[in-house]
Design a protein. Sequence first.
Length: 389
Amino acid sequence: MVSYKQHYQGFISQHRERLHCAPHSHHYWPDVTQQAQLDYWLDSARGVDHKWDAIFSERIPDVQRRLAALLHYPHPEQWVFASNTHELLYRLMSCFAANQPLHILTTDSEFHSFSRQLRRLQERPNVRVTSISTQPFASFPERWQAAVQAGSYQLIFISQVFYNSGVIAPAVETWLPWVEPSTQVVIDGYHGCGAIPTDLSGVADRVFYLAGAYKYLQAGEGCCFMAVPKHCSLRPEYTGWFADFANLAKPQAGAVEYAADGYRFAGATMDFSALYRLQAVLRWWQQDGLTVAHMHRHVQQLQQAFLQVIARAQHPLLNESNRLFHAGADHGHFFTYQLPSAEQVTALALQLAAAGIDTDYRGDRLRFGFALYHDAADYQRLEKALTAA
Ligand SMILES: Cc1ncc(COP(=O)(O)O)c(C=O)c1O
């Protein structure tokens, strides 16, 4: 198996004695991002007021093209950027009038950016939510399909890969034909983008695809993005002045106008250094021929090596009977173990941390992530920790 550790020396050198099993949460940044960070500083120093010309005319279009290529998305200009996904998501939610019925179909396994906002919105009398449980995983595709067909919704929101299990949701193209044309469809692609081979070409004109660079795109916080379906005419109420940048010189009176591309969902001034880092990662992948399919296969091999270690360790809690997965289906880039109690999860995570293994845990679930900066041999540390217990 090829090793990619040499590309992550900046981060690895700070943690030589640790095994970082939380890349699905906070991915190490590859070394190419360091120069990108400096470039942002240099461009700011050189350009001062004019740095924005280069950002808007060169950097953003280049990253839009690279994201489009990564996800087989035909319209690069439909990508819009923000510091986090919540901002983009709320901009979309603000398109729905507060005095009109808003029926939302979603699952019980959406990340907090959405689920917390949804709980708050449900305090409004006009908002109704139909939430489908992702477990049991084997019957989820069927139950989801039935829910899509049964109701009339203004918004459907579902992850590509569920953050609390790593299970991959049914592909949007399998249920999209049953969605009413007036329904807005959002895919939270954060755990899929850059991890699971994704082809949006067949749904690009119909769905919003939301993701960010903090995880598998390895560029750190501050660069999230959304693909806005072509010809979208929604008018976010939560809108910033970047949303009609081209017409700023015109008198700003009368109806609020929006850009004809993805930028109709833009906000306002933001720190674009994360976009520089993302550009550097995507350039590196292109130069080295690192496709998502290739990296996915690599991670799958790491996952097999990890499962062999778990099988050998015969740990009472960390074993196959507690792992969440959909048998026979492809899986995301982290494994989730659901233990009998949150206390057991905390105790085990702390024990592993003391043995130099960083995981990520919430409630009764313990997650182990896989990344290019792991080698299969690294999991021997885990075997030692589990058998010593
Ligand atoms: C599925 C999913 N969506 C979104 C996010 C990030 O949300 P935000 O950018 O709003 O902080 C995460 C972060 O862990 C996530 O797991």
